[in-house]
Design a protein around this ligand. Sequence first.
Ligand SMILES: [Zn+2]
Length: 244
Amino acid sequence: MWLGYLGDYSGIFYAAAIGLMIFSIIIQARLNSLVKKYSDVPVASGKDANTCVREMLQANEVTGVTIDYVAGSMTDNYNPKKDTINLSDTTYGKNSITAVAVAAHECGHACQAHSNMITYKIRQLIAPVASITSRFSVWIAIIGVVIMSSAKSYEMSDLGYNISTIGIILYSIVVIFYLVTLPIERNASRRGLKAMKEFGWVSDDQYIAAKKVLWAAGDTYAIALASSALTLFRLLLMRNSRKR
Ligand SMILES: [Zn+2]
């Protein structure tokens, strides 16, 4: 396919893409197996996820946050607009290591939102913009490349180049979003793990298990960042290989 033509750096791109694909399969499989493994093991304290969240919120002097149920498995999230921690089938009212770790992580996000964490605020500002540009920026860049490829004049080629550049700039917002998200996710896990240890919800061995689960979950954000950066690289190669 002619859109696949990426100029001199084709080899680097395809090698990176294949490497990333293999990595992401390994990381996802590892996460699934860890989640499953520790979903059947109750925490030493016997406390369920909801109780742990309430305890963590209280200790951090965070008020006004509600805990709600959300359908599905591993669909847990913190909704900053509603100030609600949504816990899924495998978490809500459950006392497994996975349930408590996931709930503590989401509670970490609630604590971030209620603190003056500047990167969290930046992420909240970028999120709606990135969600819009992620839908069409790649297409703008590709349309620009198509115009460049079929251009009969230098003016037309320049127009295509500029359109493509606009698409690339808009897509950069998506990459920046993932770049900001990764440390925020790690931070939420660190907050959750700190609470797990401090409040004695888990034994020492269980703490290590919880850490493995949360870190593996965080790795999926690293993959998302790497693949968005790779897409950006691809768009740049597509545009530059047709420059004349
Ligand atoms: Zn998170």
